[in-house]
Design a protein around this ligand. Sequence first.
Ligand code: RB5
Length: 143
Amino acid sequence: MKIAIGADHGGFHLKEMVRILVDELGHEVQDLGCYSTASVDYPDLARLVCEKVDAGIVDRGILICGTGLGMSMAANRYAHVRAALCHDHYTARMSREHNNANVLCMGERVIGHGVAEDIVRIWLAEEFSGGRHLGRIELYSKC
Ligand code: RB5
């Protein structure tokens, strides 16, 4: 898959790990920044990634900030983005199976790199279940 990744300064170090991991898993990674721990505004990075997801230029996105909260709030403003903030294995799996999440958000200040690695592996591998869940996510546009 084509995966766009982005982070602010609060997520920079985890984003670096995720970039290497996603590449090693055989995906095409587009690293849209940031590229240091210098302070930046997370909505700007969310926009860079989500514009590509929204337009179908990439298959999925991964966004990281200090908590994952700001990134997930910003990402879900895009019509075709279904962003999930995941800090455990169960929500990572269910965000794919039931919600067909196409953007994964995490907080570097919340979880360690080991848990984050497991979350990314699960999230990239799990398929959407479809069925009744498809009708439900189609209702998002009416919210
Ligand atoms: C930056 O200090 C921090 O606010 C940001 O990374 C994120 O946690 C916002 O939701």
